[in-house]
Every structure is written in C-alpha cells, then in structure tokens.
Design a protein around this ligand. Structure first.
Ligand SMILES: NC(=O)c1ccc[n+]([C@@H]2O[C@H](COP(=O)([O-])OP(=O)(O)OC[C@H]3O[C@@H](n4cnc5c(N)ncnc54)[C@H](O)[C@@H]3O)[C@@H](O)[C@H]2O)c1
Length: 260
C-alpha cells in the first residue's frame, strides 16, 4: 500500500498499547500520515506516553458524549493539521451492570449511554469531519470498529451487540449521506482480541478457544491484523469501497454451528 505523506488522520480510542486503535495509528504514521489523537480523561497519561515519540502528533481531550469537546477537537485539527483525510472510530462503552445482566433487564439509561458512546459518536464525528474531508483530494475515509454480536446473538455481548447494530446501520447510512462529498465510511467486524474493553465482555476466553477449533482458518486475529485492514480502507486502493462491514475473524462468521 502506498504512502500517506501529506495526509492527516484523527484517531479516537487509544487507551493503552493493547488498544485496537494503537497499531492503526502506528501504521498510518509509518506511512507518513500526520496524526491527532483524542483521549478520555483517565487515559491521558497513557496516550501522552505512547505518542511522545510521534513527531507532530496532536493529543487532545475528548469525551465523545460532549459536543463542546468534539467541536474543540475538530477546530484544533483544522487549525493545526490544516484538514482531515482519515478518521478512526475505535470507541465503545456499556455500563457494566447493563452489560453483564440479562438483556430484558437493561436500563433505559444504560441503553442510551451505550448507544450514545458506541454509535451516535460516529454520527457526531462524521458531521464534523465532512467539511474537512470534502475539500481533500481523493476524499476522506472513516473507519469504525464493530463485532459479530451486532448481527448474531453472542451470549455475553448483550447490550453491546445492540449498540453495535446501531453503529453498523449508521455506517451504511453515513456512507450514503457522505458519498457525494467523496467521504467513504466502512466498518471492520473484528474477532475477539485481548484489550481493556474486551475484559468487560463475558465468555471472552471461551471465544478464543472456540475460534481456534471451528473458524475456517483455525486461528484468532490480532490488533496488527486489524491495523493492516484499516490502513487499506484508508488508502487510495480502497477508493470505491464504502458502506461495507468487513469481517476480519478467520471466517468465524460463516459458521452456523460450533463444535460437531
Ligand atoms: N477487543 C475486541 O475483542 C474487539 C473486537 C471487535 C471490535 N472491538 C471494538 O474495537 C474498539 C476499540 O476497543 P478496544 O478493544 O481497543 O478496547 P480499548 O478499551 O482499548 O478502547 C476503547 C476506547 O473507548 C474509549 N471510550 C470509551 N468511552 C468513551 C467516551 N465517553 N469518550 C471517549 N472515549 C471513550 C476508551 O477511552 C478507549 O480508548 C471498540 O469499538 C470495540 O468495540 C473490539
């Protein structure tokens, strides 16, 4: 894949070195892109340490539930990076009680919080990215992270699956809405990986074992694998690809039955 020199990327969702967003950022930087990162308040030190050696990287606070903070991020990106070509959405959250309990017992507030942070945030970012991206040569690319639990029942994923279903629908509708501006919007439906957020999901260890036994490729995926695909989706080689949810899960999503 080609060079990204002269391009800029805004990355939401680095919490630590295990975060899916981190190797994506590293690969984009290695190809020459200039980066801006946002962090959730409690992650500030981690993100500042990780990015300390990245020349010219902007590091900005942003709680994605706050419109004023989102406005400030995009204003800084415009002023200091001079525009935006790529945006990585790698943010999700559901309150633990609502995630762990029965789906029928999910609270109204828990539902709204999960969908706000995990799905509406993509719309809020796309709205602010469009004016920058429509100006850029070759248009813009937005990539969001999702999971199979949006399409099928994965016990333990529960409320997060409902929020990811909203995210995946938002990806398709945004692809349609932003297409005329030259902005592409795609999702990566990644298999399970060991990250901070994944700890909150029940049955994660069983999932790793099951994938090794039944996925067509008989192996789990890594954050680096996600980064390879995200960089492709951001690159000119993917210029006609939009509104897709690409499964990066060793083919696990194909299976109708687990063990036989
Ligand atoms: N780890 C997996 O197994 C897996 C699989 C498929 C998809 N994903 C998705 O990948 C994305 C990244 O998750 P991860 O696994 O790297 O975990 P992670 O914990 O490293 O990243 C989640 C990020 O969301 C951020 N976040 C949560 N609430 C926020 C808020 N209100 N404002 C701003 N940021 C907020 C956190 O600060 C963190 O940086 C998520 O969308 C997740 O659902 C993860």
């Amino acid at each position: 894949m080609g060079e990204l020199t002269g391009k800029t990327a805004l990355i939401f969702g680095v919490a630590n070195h295990n975060s899916v967003a981190w190797p994506i950022a590293q690969q984009l930087a290695a190809r020459g892109a200039r980066l801006a990162f946002t962090y959730q308040e409690r992650m500030e030190q981690n993100v500042r340490k990780l990015t300390a050696d990245m020349e010219g990287a902007l590091v900005l606070p942003c709680d994605v539930q706050r419109d004023d903070e989102l406005d400030a991020v995009f204003a800084r990106v415009g002023a200091e990076l001079g525009g935006l070509d790529m945006l990585i959405h790698s943010v999700a959250y559901a309150p633990t009680d609502d995630l762990r309990g029965r789906v029928s017992q999910v609270s109204r507030q828990g539902f709204l919080t999960a969908v706000d942070i995990s799905a509406y945030s993509l719309i809020a970012m796309a709205k602010r990215a469009e004016p920058f991206m429509r100006e850029r040569e070759g248009g813009g690319s937005i990539v969001a992270m999702t999971y199979l639990g949006a399409e099928r029942v994965v016990p333990g994923y529960n409320l997060m699956g409902i929020a990811k279903a909203a995210l995946e629908a938002a990806i398709r509708y945004l692809a349609w809405d932003l297409g005329p501006a030259g902005v592409r919007v795609n999702g990566i439906s990644a298999g399970p990986m060991r990250t901070l957020s994944a700890r909150g999901v029940g049955n994660i260890n069983e999932m790793f074992g099951l994938i090794e036994q039944v996925a067509p490729l008989r192996r789990n995926i890594s954050q680096d694998d996600v980064a390879d695909l995200a960089v492709f989706l951001c690159s000119p080689e993917a210029k006609n690809l939009t509104g897709e949810i690409l499964h990066l899960d060793s083919g696990f999503h194909l299976m109708g039955l687990g063990k036989m």
